[in-house]
Ligand binder design. Structure first.
Ligand code: PMP
Length: 427
């Protein structure tokens, strides 16, 4: 055990999960690579955990933050005007596609979801909520209550009554043989049944990830969210899209993940990559919801000037360099390459993804059941070859990856080769 790992174990809680048999300490980063304390360089296919959306040591972000620090004005207070907040809110409101959108900033995705749920439950005067099976929305009291992925859920105590909907569980035997459109029909019937029989009166909101992150990048089929939205609208139930992983062009197809489904949500939450390493999150919602009394201001440092400088620079960079198109292009190379390789490898249960958000599901070659040990081995094989990725899925049998949106075509091919070699080494 390394000296730092021993100290970590002594003073950090034992539930903090560390990746890899020999956990690594990242000490620096440049471009889409990071370097550990032993001098090993890695192509970062996890971008922190989707935090370093445009890679490491980006001059535009560093200079924006340095300019902010140089002003000496580094404190936050929403009792004064903060230019960085207004500028960023204008951009996000415009990009959201939500009519008359208004924006509020937090420090994290968890806080953003907490704020959106407060907003919705207050607006609807109801603590009844809907969420998706296998979901993950954070670990605060409220966010836990809408999280169903047991591996990531800290407890079952809840300020809400939550019903969990189908939509991302095609693998279950009762759904496996259904066509997409039949599956959508079954899910919608189930939603209607839940609303008619399982909720204590009016329901405030549905919260859903357009692509489930820690769930292993599971995706609802086309048409599902639009069909849900129709039913929700009949009842005045709000739709909150959790874009913490899927926002900012990552899926290639559209700027926010829910836009891939032709749904205009009532609110979206965001965090992670927007600050490119600096803490930022927030909610963008219909103005009438956002303006409801009982302010949802959650945290002193939400939208602080340093994070706003970083986030404005990061978002400008994404737009100026059309990184959404880059995500579509480089993601396609990797996903198609992985699918081709998977043809000969019976323990690859699935290759799925959109843009620069893709995953490899590992299963027992004979029984098709989840194989978490293979996923752990895959993580070690890729690390040994100089690539970092993430783990996920209900059974921990999915290797999920979300490189910086700045990934070059050469890096995409290099990463693909490492992944294919590592898969072959598992055979
Ligand atoms: N929502 C989703 C979809 C997430 O993936 C995460 C973090 N993994 C969160 C919310 C929570 O965000 P944070 O860790 O910034 O609180």
């Amino acid at each position: 055990m390394s000296e730092l790992l021993a100290r970590h174990r002594a003073v950090m809680p034992n539930w903090v999960a560390l990746y890899y048999d020999q956990p690594i300490e990242i000490v620096s980063g440049k471009g889409n690579h990071v370097v550990d304390a032993e001098g090993n360089s890695y192509l970062d296919f996890f971008a922190g955990i989707l935090t370093n959306m445009i890679g490491y040591d980006v001059a535009e972000v560093r200079e924006a933050v340095e300019r902010q620090i140089a002003t000496g004005v580094v404190h936050t207070s929403t009792v004064y005007l903060l230019r960085g907040q207004v500028e960023l809110a204008e951009k996000i409101a415009r990009l959201s596609g939500i009519p008359d959108a208004k924006v509020f900033f937090t420090n994290s995705g968890t806080e953003a979801n907490e704020a959106a749920l407060l907003l919705a439950t207050y607006a609807r005067r109801s603590n009844q909520v809907l969420a998706m099976r296998q979901s993950y929305h954070g670990k605060s009291f409220g966010a836990t209550a809408v999280t169903s992925n047991r591996a990531w859920k800290n407890n079952g105590y809840s300020p809400f009554t939550t019903n969990f909907l189908h939509g991302a569980d095609r693998h279950l035997p009762q759904f496996a043989r259904l066509s997409d459109s039949d599956y959508v029909k079954v899910c919608v019937e189930d939603l209607r049944h839940v609303l008619a029989t399982a909720t204590g009166g009016d329901v405030a909101a549905l919260i859903a990830e357009p692509i489930q992150g820690v769930g292993g990048f599971t995706m609802a089929p086309d048409g599902l969210f639009a069909a849900y939205k129709e039913v929700l609208d009949e009842h005045g139930i709000l739709f909150i899209a959790d874009e913490v992983q899927t926002g900012w062009g990552r899926t290639g197809q559209s700027f926010f993940g829910i836009q891939n489904h032709d749904v205009v949500p009532d609110a979206m939450t965001f965090a992670k990559g927007l600050g490119n390493g600096y803490a930022v999150g927030g909610v963008v919602a219909r103005g009438d919801l956002m303006d409801a009394p009982h302010a949802i201001g959650l945290a002193t440092f939400g939208g602080n000037p340093i994070s706003m400088a970083a986030a404005n620079a990061t978002l400008d960079y994404v737009l100026d360099h059309d990184l959404q198109a880059n995500a579509a292009h480089t993601g396609r190379i990797i996903i198609e390459g992985l699918r081709e390789a998977a043809g000969d490898l019976p323990f690859v249960g699935d290759v799925r993804g959109k843009g620069l958000m893709f995953a490899i599901e590992l299963v027992d070659a004979e029984t098709g059941t989840p194989a978490p040990a293979l996923a752990a081995k895959m993580m070690e094989e890729t690390k040994r070859r100089g690539l970092l990725g993430g783990k996920g899925g209900l059974y921990g049998n999915v290797m999920r990856m979300a490189p910086p949106l700045t990934l070059t075509e050469a890096e995409a091919r290099e990463g693909l080769a490492i992944l294919v070699d590592s898969l072959k080494a598992l055979a």
